[in-house]
Design a protein around this ligand. Sequence first.
Ligand code: BGC
Length: 499
Amino acid sequence: MDRQNWLQISSLLGSWLLAGQKLFAESAVFNEASLGQVRPEKVSDRLAMPQSRIQVPFHKADFGPDFCWGAASAAFQTEGAHEADGKSHSIWDTFTQRPGKIKTGEHAQVATDFYRRYPEDLALLQQMNMQHFRFSLAWSRLMPKGIGAVNAKGVDHYNRLIDHCLANGVTPWVTLYHWDLPQVLEDKGGWTNRDIVNWFGEYADFATRAFGDRVKQWMVLNEPMSFVGLGYQMGLHAPGRRGLHNFVPAAHHTVLAQAEGGRIVRRNVPGAEIGTTYSCSHVSPHRDTPADQLAAAKMDALVNRLFIEPALGMGYPQNLGILTRHLEKQIRPGDEANMAFAFDFIGVQNYFRLVAKHSWWLPGLLVEEVPAKKRGVPVNEMGMEVHPEGMYEMLKQFGSYNGIKKIVVTENGVCYPDRLHNNAVNDQGRIQFFQDYLVQVRRAKLEGVPVEGYFAWSLTDNFEWSEGYHPRFGLVYVDYATQQRYLKDSGRWFADFLA
Ligand code: BGC
């Protein structure tokens, strides 16, 4: 059905719900770019890859003595061992089997074999003079049935990993959920089933009791907008479901689970620092007109505010029309208070900026994205705009909320085409990227935003979700044929900078 037909039919039916579903399914607002993932395009002309090293305009000491420097990763993207030691399948194990879902049909059954090679990867982290490591737990490794019985071998694995970190002076920062829901729970409706608040609670309770004696830095969820939007609205990520009727309940249950998760960590882990992470993208209006400014404000609400504001006790953003109304219909007695939790820190994850313009033919939101490719701006290999000031803008924006005590940049990084040559990867573009973004982190910090840490995405190259292995975000290059690791020049830059 083309857009013309859809508009006629929906106005005939007079159904805003149908319009809304279709709107979001087709909308350029609610697209891959706005949710954090962009399909690669022909971008070689505009890759932001300067060839010369700039003078570093700051020192490690400028960020303060207690600033946490580290690298981040996620279970599904690195561990492999997809059926080892009693692990069950997650929704991503299933999704990667579905034809056409992953570019070139790649899967993550082996990934970077981090399950077995973590000592080597942690040695590389230390070689970069980093003392903090962010990783996630695979729910389906710890509780193969999602709830109930615990898998002792899975628990042993994470005990070994955590102990190995600590024995080497590396602080583990653990994310409870980085998108790999056990398939058995998706079979019961996944995030669209309100019971997930209890399922997730049971898992969070177990994990924090098992590891909370040694792990003090916890993050409840990774980027709710990404996994709910891409997984339950757009169908581009696992579990591949589409439509507002999936998105809306999944979003509300996610909001409840993020706060409930926070309460569980608080209860179980004395001395815990509890956070949760958000994808965020500064949104600029296309033109300096009231209509485009309004469009930018709506896009900002959708991509940046939808999940953090309920946690801060502010409820859902009010300017999203039908979406706001549908979300609020999900709220049951008692939910409003349960949606809030006083996190100790907020994880900011920033990759690109967005530009919004007013659009007449989208009746619900009147918003359209102006893609980076149409604006002729520098982009990474996935077509995301490289815009360091956007990091500053988002830190200022999040820093201006009442109730945020501390911010940690829990992910920031870039994919450029890397070439292994003579056992080395000369990635000057990535070095420039980190320098430019760190300038902006420091700028926000100097202006009083309480930024206390920075994690590069990612420690090693890894499985980039529906893009497969092609985009490489690592500070460490992985030769997937041999599983050999090579520290990229950007990793060497961090080693010098943090020495
Ligand atoms: C996710 C990572 C992902 C990265 C790069 C973030 O949205 O948390 O898992 O690899 O972006 O696309």
